[in-house]
Ligand binder design. Sequence first.
Ligand code: ADP
Length: 646
Amino acid sequence: MTVPLIELRNICRRYATGSVSVAALEDVDLVIQPGEFVAVMGPSGSGKSTLMNIIGCLDRPSDGEYYFRGEAVHRADADELARLRREVFGFVFQSYNLLGMATARENVEIPAIYAGTPRRARASRATSLLKGVGLSHRLRHQPGELSGGEQQRVAIARALMNGGRVVLADEPTGSLDSASGREIIALLEALSNQGHTIILVTHDPNVAAHAHRRIQLLDGHVVADDGLGLPSNAGTNTPTQADPHNTVTRAPVSSFRDSVRTAMRALRTNRLRTSLTLLGIIIGVLSVTAMLGLAEGVQRGIMDSFRLLGGASLQIQPSFDQDGRATTLTIADADAIRDEVPNVISVTPQMSGGARILAGGATQFARFTATTAVSMASGPWTLAEGVYFTASQDRNHEPVVVLGGILAGALFGEQGNAVGEHILLDGSPYQVIGVLKRPEDTGYHYHAYGFFVPLRTGAIRLLNKESLDTVGVLVAETHQVDAAQRAIDALLVRRHGQRDFQIQNQEAALEAQNNVSNILRMLFGAIGGISLVVAGIGVMNIMLATVAERTREIGLRMAIGARRRDILFQFICEAVVVAGLGGIVGLGLALVVGEAINMIGATVMAFTAPILLIGLSCATLTGLFFGLAPARRAAGMDPVAALAAQ
Ligand code: ADP
C-alpha cells in the first residue's frame, strides 16, 4: 500500500478565548492521495481556513496526528514546518497577498529566495511560470497595475515557484468577477491535470463542481466526503519541474544581497520617514566623530607644545654633598654621554655663576653661563653683532664673552659698539666677541641680562671648578627618551661607581597629559554617544512602526517558506542599512565641518582612520542594537495571525 500524501488523524484545533475554549476543528480524519483535486466546503466559521492552515503547516493542531508522506508533521519544529511550506506547499489567497512594491516577477521569485535558488535560475523560472499563466507581457508590472484576475495568476505562479506539489487555495475566486474566476479555476484544473495536488476552499458549488472530491465541514467536523476522486491520469504525472523532494532541504538564510535590496525598497517607500531616521543617525555620527576629532586635535596641540618645551629632553643634575656642594658631574661625563649614548642629538653641559664686570668706568654684577660652542650656537637667541665663540676657543679656555642685549646696552650705551671691546671680569681682561639681540617681548630672559663664556673658560678662569651644574640631553624622538635615560644612567653609574646624580625627564608630565587626554576623549565621546543613542531610539521607533505596518507581509513571507531567522535577518538588515547610510553621510559631513573649522583656525580637528572607523561602526552597531528588538518582534509573529492582520 502506498503512503498517503496527507493523513490527518483525530485532528483538533482549539482556540482559548478568555475562559472558554472554542474548537475550530474536532476529531478530523482525512486522507488525501497525491494528485487529488479536493474542494473543502462549508458555512462560514465551520473550520475551513483552520483546516487549510494546519494542512499547509502554518498552524499546528492542538491534538491529533498529521503525517505528510509518512513524516510526522505534528512533531516538527518551526524550521521544519517552514521547510515544508517552502518546498511542498503553495498558497493562493483570496486577497492575492502580493508585495505591492515588487514587480510581478519579483513576487513570483520570493519563495525561491528563501530556498536559496541562484538569482539567474530564479529569474528564468519566474519568467516561464508567468508565461505559463499567460502573463509574459506583465513581468515588470507592480500589483497595483494589474487586474484582480492577473494578480491571482501571479499568486498561482508564486505558489508553483518551488515546485508547488500541493497548492492550497483559500477562496481564490472570492474577490474576482465570474470571468476571471473561471480563468483561475481553469488554471487550477490544468495544474491538477499536470499532477499537482489541489486543495481548494470555496463557498461556490459551481467552483466545487470542478474538483474531483468534495469535503463538507460543519462546526469543525467533516460531515460529508464524496470519497477519493482521482482523475484518470492522477499519480502518473509528476508536478512540473523541480520536484521539491529533490531540492536542497537546508536552505541558507536568504542572501545578504536580497535582504539589502528588500531593505532599500522598503526604505524608499516611505521617504519622509526614512529621511528623518537618517537625519537622526547623521547627527549622531556627526557628533561622535566631531567630538572624537576635537579631542584628538586638542591632544595633538598639547603634545606639540610639549615637544617645544622639551618633550624629548633629559636633564642630568649632580647630587649635593653634605656641604651643599654639587661636584659629581663633570665635563668628561658630558663628553662620554655625547660619544656613547645612542639617539642623542645634542648634549649641553652647563655651569653658571656670577662675576663683577668693569667696563667703561662702570662696575656691575651679572650672572653668566658657561657652555659649549655648539650649545651657544643652537640656543633660543640670535646674535645682534659679532660671532659666537668656537670649539677651539673653548678647548683653549680663551677669555672671550658674548653679552646679552640688555647687559651690553647697560655697559656700552644703547648705541655703543661693544664687539671688540675689552671688559674686566673679576679683575681679568676678556674680549667681547658677540652681542645677542634683545628679546622682543619684555619678559625676563636670563640670557638678556647676563653673558656667556666658553665652558672651560668658565671652569678654569672664572669658577675654578670641574663640576657641572647641569647637563641637558636632547633625544631624537620622544619614544626614545626612556631608552636614552636608561643608557645614561648605566653609563654614569659605571663611571662614578655610584648613583650620585639625578636624571629628570618630562615623562611624569607627559603621563599626566595623557590621562587628561583620555578623560577628554571619553567625555567628548560620551557627549557624541548620547546623540547616537537618541538616534538609535529613533531607529527602533521607526522599525517598530514598520514591523506593525508590514505584519501581513511578514505573514506572507512565512507562509511561503521564510524561517524566523530569515525574517529576523531581513529587519535587522533594514535597520543596519539605514544606520549605515546615515553613518556614511554623517562621516562625510564631519570631515567637511572639521575642514571648515580648521580653516577658520579656531580649533584643530584631527580625524584619524580609527576615529572614522569608530564613527561608522557606531552607526552600524546602533542599527544592529536598536533594530534587534523590532526584528525579533517580527520574527516571533504567528504566521496565521500575521496573515490575518489588516
Ligand atoms: P471558516 O474558514 O470556515 O470560516 P475558520 O477556520 O476561520 O472558519 O474558523 C473556525 C472557528 O474557529 C470559528 O468559530 C472561528 O471563530 C474560530 N477561530 C478561528 N480563528 C480563531 C482565533 N485566532 N481565535 C479564536 N477563534 C478562532
